[in-house]
Ligand binder design. Structure first.
Ligand code: FAD
Length: 553
């Protein structure tokens, strides 16, 4: 399925002429889910994203598809149950992206919670899956803990709980959902911003701006789904002129380290001894992701960045539990920061704010959604489309399909009956064909059943199967696939999100930049000055994201 700059141009022309049922604003996981659900129900739907798909919060999460064990302590059993069931569903809908992950939670004598309380909590956590469990928890003795995590602080260590959750490539989940929506008939374009309402009642006239050309387009739509996450209040103010606070934005920072520096088999949940907040160390072989912080954030989400204080906080918690590892800021390869679009609730600490979602409507036909989690996005989308559907039915007599297909039709790349078998067969074929086991693993866990198309593209050029970076498993042919089948348009789209070169390479991709730009330029027709601009834009990003290193920690 072509999903490229060409498709984008064609769709932008179509948008100017079409009357939509639903215009979705925001191409994060929430907007992606809504577009898919609306398309599955047969509505005329288009999604616009002002930057790249998933570039907001949805590619900056802890990358967990989880029930959220810590919410048990806040008695949010409904939310935990919903998330655990969704965890199971997502593992069926995208088995290539969502993988079981074991978590080890150490329990110390001087902690507020005792082993038996954690044991009881995890018993409930397992039980709340209502038969959709992915493995039961165990309680480990100190000897066993020493075998599983030899470097963990032993002093006062009583026990540890080993339980199961799941991890995901968050950006790829967004893209797999968007491509699934497109396959069902949705339009989805990146670098298109919804600017203002030229007509403020349904049917709305929404002014869009193509951020690549500056061109303005007016689209007519019966209803709007504002899924702009942390930008929700800003979009509403632009549209209605009324400043109102619905969102409580909080910042979360993650650090990336090489596993050589800190080898772990299980993810580890550590509670900060000072404020009681959980910090995760998650193995994304051969790297470890460490995070996250949760602090109020009051500037525009575009400006979110890591500060030295965030790094210091995370390193302190970690080093407290792993005194013999003693991580330094120089061990950090890269960091990322994101903004949670939480529901605004007065007088609550950032980490206490509910992770539930909320939908509101004002004026009639303009619906906004905030809160929620990556894990529960399918349920959020169903709630939103049910309300949109009711509006369209009552106001226009437009009826969507009644049958619920969102659990029957997999996400893009998810057409796989048995993941292990699929993986084993393809891995073998690819290794026989000359791919390294790491490259085969990367291709299978990124593209799933779409790997067949990816391989075709890789084989089309002489250098398609060559590595882009000597230490990372990514291949040049993937860049061509991203151009033609993933609507990648800017250097950042390739290096930061579709591949993780930006996060995993100590040079953050600087070394591959000239060759990459040449390859993209040849296909997108970039002039030398455009190539120069793209290079500068990317180098500026590296500079901005590393400013925290100027402050000593
Ligand atoms: P976003 O992903 O921010 O998407 C909104 C999009 O709207 C943006 O891409 C933006 O560019 C676009 N936009 C804004 N204005 C306009 C406009 N005018 N026109 C067009 N487009 C516009 N959840 C989990 O389930 N598991 C986790 O492990 C987890 N970890 C997290 C860790 C951190 C640090 C954070 C911050 C969140 C975490 N979450 C997690 C929560 C989850 O990531 C978010 O709830 C989710 O990604 C929000 O998605 P969204 O689509 O609502 O927002």
């Amino acid at each position: 399925m072509e999903f490229s700059f060409r498709t984008r141009n064609q769709w932008l022309q179509e948008l100017a002429q079409k009357e939509l049922d639903i215009l979705v604003i925001g191409g994060g996981i929430t907007g992606a889910g809504i577009a898919r659900e609306a398309a599955l129900r047969g509505y005329a739907v288009a999604l616009v994203e002002k930057h790249d798909f998933g570039s907001g919060t949805s590619s900056r999460s802890s990358k967990l598809v989880h029930g959220g064990f810590r919410y048990m302590a806040q008695w949010h059993f409904g939310l935990v149950h919903e998330a655990l069931v969704e965890r199971y569903h997502l593992m069926q809908l995208a088995p290539h992206l969502v993988h079981p992950q074991s978590f080890l939670l150490p329990i110390y004598r001087n902690q507020l919670v005792s082993p038996w309380l954690i044991h009881l909590g995890l018993f409930l956590y397992d039980w709340l899956t209502f038969g959709k469990n992915i493995g039961r928890h165990q309680m480990l003795t100190v000897d066993r803990i020493a075998k599983e995590v030899p470097l963990l602080r032993r002093e006062n260590l009583q026990k540890a709980a080993l339980y199961m959750d799941a991890r995901v490539d968050d950006f790829r989940l967004v893209l797999a959902t968007i491509k699934a929506a497109v396959f069902q008939g949705a339009i989805a374009v990146n670098y298109v911003e919804a600017r203002q309402l030229e007509r403020k009642e349904s049917p709305f006239l929404v002014q869009l701006k193509d951020r690549l050309t500056g061109e303005k387009i007016t689209v007519r739509t019966r209803a709007i789904a504002n899924a702009s996450g942390p930008w929700c209040d800003a979009v509403l103010q632009q549209f209605t002129g009324h400043p109102r606070r619905h969102v409580r934005p909080t910042k979360g920072v993650h650090l990336l380290l090489h596993q050589d520096r800190f080898p772990i088999r299980h993810a580890i949940t550590l509670f900060n001894r000072r404020d009681g907040r959980p910090i995760f160390a998650i193995p994304f072989s051969p790297f470890v992701v460490l995070g996250t912080t949760d602090t109020d954030f009051n500037t525009t989400p575009e400006q979110v960045s890591t500060h030295a204080a965030d790094v210091k906080y995370l390193l302190q918690v970690f080093n407290d539990y792993f005194p013999d590892v003693q991580l330094q800021s120089t061990d950090i390869i890269s960091t990322y920061a994101g903004v949670r679009p939480l529901i605004y609730e007065q007088n609550k600490k950032a980490s206490e704010v509910s992770r539930e979602h909320q939908i509101f409507q004002s004026p009639p036909g303009l619906f906004s959604i905030i809160g929620g989690k990556l894990t529960t996005y399918r349920v959020m989308a169903q709630d939103m489309v049910a309300l949109l559907g009711k509006f369209l039915r009552q106001r226009y007599g437009v009826r969507g399909r009644a049958d619920d297909l969102s659990l029957q039709i997999p996400l893009w790349g998810g057409r796989i009956a048995h993941w292990e078998e699929f993986y084993r067969q393809y891995q073998q074929i690819m290794v026989q064909e000359g791919f390294s086991p790491e490259a085969a693993h990367h291709l299978l866990t990124s593209y799933g059943s779409d790997v067949v198309e990816v391989l075709q593209v890789i084989r089309q050029t002489a250098d398609g199967a060559n590595r882009i970076h000597p230490e990372l498993p990514y291949l040049w042919g993937e860049i061509d696939y991203h151009l033609h089948q993933e609507m990648a348009l800017r250097v950042e789209d390739f290096l930061v999100r579709r591949l993780h070169i930006y996060s995993l390479d100590a040079q953050q991709g600087k070394g591959v930049l000239p060759a990459l730009i040449q390859r993209i330029a040849a296909q997108l027709g970039w002039h030398p000055h455009q190539q120069q601009r793209e290079t500068e834009r990317y180098l500026e990003k590296i500079h901005r994201d590393n400013q925290w290193r100027q402050v000593s920690i």
